[in-house]
Design a protein around this ligand. Structure first.
Ligand code: SF4
Length: 95
């Protein structure tokens, strides 16, 4: 499991699913719609190992393109968690 933080969100990637992924669509989407933060390592898995933590924070645009690309063209390995302050309280009020 690969996990890394951007400014306001956390990206979690079950990289075991990358082994059978033929498209590697996440990296293409990251290059096309953001700054190419996400890459593919020499084992064919999604990776940010070629970047240091500061670079990941600086380059991350929080565009969510990798998650959508992986869900629609890859093996549905990416989950992005975005905490929304006050959301739990709001949902409780609506019940
Ligand atoms: S598209 Fe998804 S399954 Fe394919 S390499 Fe990227 S993260 Fe892994």
């Amino acid at each position: 499991m690969l996990e890394f933080a951007e400014k306001t969100l956390t990206v979690k990637i079950d990289t075991s699913k990358c082994d059978t992924c033929e498209t590697k669509a996440c990296a293409d989407a990251c290059k096309k719609f953001a700054r190419g933060l996400l890459g593919i390592d020499d084992q064919g898995r999604a990776s940010v190992a070629h970047r240091d933590t500061e670079e990941v924070l600086r380059l991350g645009t929080e565009c969510l393109a990798c998650e959508l690309a992986c869900k629609t063209k890859g093996n549905n390995a990416i989950t992005i968690e975005i905490p929304v302050k006050g959301l739990d309280e709001y949902l409780l009020k609506r019940q």
